[in-house]
Ligand binder design. Sequence first.
Ligand SMILES: C[S@@+](CC[C@H](N)C(=O)[O-])C[C@H]1O[C@@H](n2cnc3c(N)ncnc32)[C@H](O)[C@@H]1O
Length: 222
Amino acid sequence: MYSSAYEYKERDLGQYFDSMANNWDTCPVKVERAEITAVKIKEIHFESNRSIVDFGSGTGLLGFQLKDTFEHVHLADASEKMLQVAQAKIAEANIDNIETHQIERLSELPSKHSAIATLMTLHHIPDVDEFFTDAYGALEDEGILIVADLYEDDGSFHKHNPSFDGHNGFNVSALSAIAENAGFSVQHVEQYYEIWQENFDGVEVAYPLFLFVVKKPKETTA
Ligand SMILES: C[S@@+](CC[C@H](N)C(=O)[O-])C[C@H]1O[C@@H](n2cnc3c(N)ncnc32)[C@H](O)[C@@H]1O
């Protein structure tokens, strides 16, 4: 069993996502969920719209949608191939405010940001407490973290992915406790999307996604 998010490359996960990269954007569900997540993010009030990090960005399906909302968009992912696809799209569209970072932890980013969004990635991160601590450190005061991911499921959501060794979704109350422990205040939680796919019995069922919005407080000087 892994002990740290730094083991992405040693797990089969890295190979799995590298192999998916070239066809990632051809999946209508992935495109739609990113579009709907972006609409929800644009409804949030941000103290600053200077920069957002899309962590576990894949090819940037979410981050690209936020390029007119934030001055700078940072696509961060551990998969070299996912980021190569993203870079090709950036070059093709001649976009000058999106850049990529091949990293495995937010603590590797050199500067702080106004916001961090992560879509369908937290369930792949072994140490969730460590992720929230890293996110806190990577945000400016009053920065916002948005996690969009699966509610707890029976493991059937990832039945097609033999390399999956992550979390079978999340209990949002438990996530709130982790976020608060890291120093965040919870701003908003809602169920906002459903992915329909077959469960273990081959029956199409809905796997609901939550939007979880937390804020880093303003540092007060004594
Ligand atoms: C399910 S995909 C989601 C991609 C994208 N957010 C989307 O919705 O299209 C999960 C992504 O997280 C990335 N990932 C997994 N573990 C990571 C880690 N420790 N650091 C950075 N990226 C990671 C994978 O490479 C993959 O691109």
